[in-house]
Each structure stands twice: as structure tokens, then as C-alpha cells.
Ligand binder design. Structure first.
Ligand SMILES: CC(C)(COP(=O)(O)OP(=O)(O)OC[C@H]1O[C@@H](n2cnc3c(N)ncnc32)[C@H](O)[C@@H]1OP(=O)(O)O)[C@@H](O)C(=O)NCCC(=O)NCCS
Length: 187
């Protein structure tokens, strides 16, 4: 993980940070994140309409700026508890383990929500995402020219619940300290 980087869950009032991060992705990363080319307006609508009620987003922050994110979105209408995960890391921070750390936290959260299947859709040529999914024992199967990685998450244990609580507590404390230090710089 790059120096000074922090991963924590994002809050409802931070949707604008997620939107701006997605807008900053370079063309190739944006295409890979959304499985095709999308306009700036599409990204704005996406964040406005589909975020925050049952979606959990982990953010990777450097100096208070969101540089990477992992979205966990439960899929409605499925008998088994299934969810979709999507990752994005800005170009300058790719290849430093941020994606791996984000996916690890997302898997822990999914596990503690009893989600048994986690789908990660990515384009067939997205070798980096496939390599990342493989690291977490994902099984890849081809469908409609794309690749769907499915991870079977284990059931929650007291330890996995505590691990998430400790991570959340640490993330919250660091975010408060960061906000305070920004306030002192302004005043
Ligand atoms: C996919 C993505 C999230 C990965 O994040 P990252 O921070 O670059 O990931 P990591 O640094 O943890 O590296 C993941 C693995 O990919 C490997 N990798 C790096 N470049 C690679 C390449 N060109 N081909 C194959 N594997 C590659 C790394 O070696 C690493 O595996 P290792 O730890 O076994 O060595 C990031 O590149 C990204 O945002 N891409 C654009 C959006 C996207 O593709 N999203 C996925 C669709 S949901």
C-alpha cells in the first residue's frame, strides 16, 4: 500500500467524492470499470441514483483525496444472498496493492453480511482484474465475451465480525483526525 494511504468505509455524505473519483479515471480504466465507454453524465446519474441505501463502498484515501474504491451492491430478487463488486483505482495508484487491499475488505464485509456469492464482471482483456480475482480464489467463467468472477464467501464468524469492527473503528478515528487537522490548517 502506498505511504499515507488509508482504506475505510465511506459515508452517505461522501457520494460527491465517489463521483469525482470515478470521473477522474482515465479512459481505459473507466471502460474497464463500467464494462464499456460511459459519459460523465452517466457517471453522475449512476452515483446519484444507485448509491448509498444498500451499497457499501470502501474508499482508498491519500491526504483526504479518494483515489480508489470498492463497491459492494447486493443483488435484489435472488434466492441465495448474492452481491456484485466493482473496483476502481486511479492510474497513478494502480499496481501498488490497493486493489488487493480493497477486495480483501470487501470480501470481509460480504462474508459478515452472509453473502454467499460475489460477482465481479470484467472485460475479457482485463488481465489485472482477473489476476486480482484469482488471488482470492475466484473461479472465472466466460459469458457474452466478458468474464464473470464469482467468489464464494465463507459464513461469518465472531472473529470476522470483530475484524470488520476493528477496521471500521480505525477508519473512523483516522477520518476524524484528518478532518480536525484540515480544520486547524484553515483556521
Ligand atoms: C483492476 C484494479 C482495480 C486493480 O487494482 P490495483 O491496485 O492495480 O491492483 P494490485 O496492485 O493489488 O494488483 C493486482 C494484481 O494484478 C497483477 N497485475 C498488475 N498488472 C498486471 C497485468 N498487466 N496483467 C496481469 N496482472 C497484472 C499484479 O501483479 C497483482 O497480482 P500479484 O499481487 O499476484 O502480483 C485497477 O487496476 C483498476 O482500477 N483498473 C481499472 C478499473 C477496473 O478494471 N476495474 C475492474 C472491473 S470491476
Amino acid at each position: 500500500m502506498p505511504d499515507g494511504g488509508l482504506i475505510r468505509k465511506m459515508w452517505m455524505g461522501e457520494a460527491h467524492k465517489y463521483r469525482d473519483h470515478l470521473l477522474r479515471l482515465d479512459t481505459e480504466s473507466r471502460t474497464r470499470r463500467f464494462g464499456g465507454g460511459v459519459s460523465d453524465d452517466c457517471i453522475r446519474d449512476y452515483v446519484d441514483t444507485s448509491m448509498w441505501f444498500d451499497t457499501i463502498v470502501h474508499g482508498f484515501f491519500v491526504d483526504g483525496m479518494l483515489r480508489g474504491a470498492a463497491e459492494l451492491r447486493p443483488l435484489c430478487g435472488t434466492v441465495t444472498k448474492e452481491a456484485e463488486a466493482a473496483l476502481s483505482v486511479e492510474t497513478e495508484w494502480q499496481g501498488h496493492g490497493v486493489g488487493s487491499a480493497l477486495l480483501e475488505r470487501t470480501l470481509l464485509t460480504a462474508r459478515n453480511r452472509g453473502i454467499t456469492h460475489l460477482h465481479m464482471a470484467c472485460l475479457a482483456e482485463n488481465r489485472r482484474m482477473q489476476q486480482l480475482a484469482r488471488k482470492f480464489a475466484a473461479e472465472l467463467s466466460f459469458s457474452f465475451g466478458g468474464v464473470v468472477g464469482e467468489v464464494e464467501a465463507a459464513h461469518p464468524t465472531p472473529l470476522s465480525v470483530v475484524r470488520e469492527m476493528v477496521s471500521d473503528g480505525h477508519g473512523f478515528a483516522t477520518a476524524v483526525l484528518e478532518a480536525q487537522s484540515r480544520l486547524f490548517k484553515v483556521t
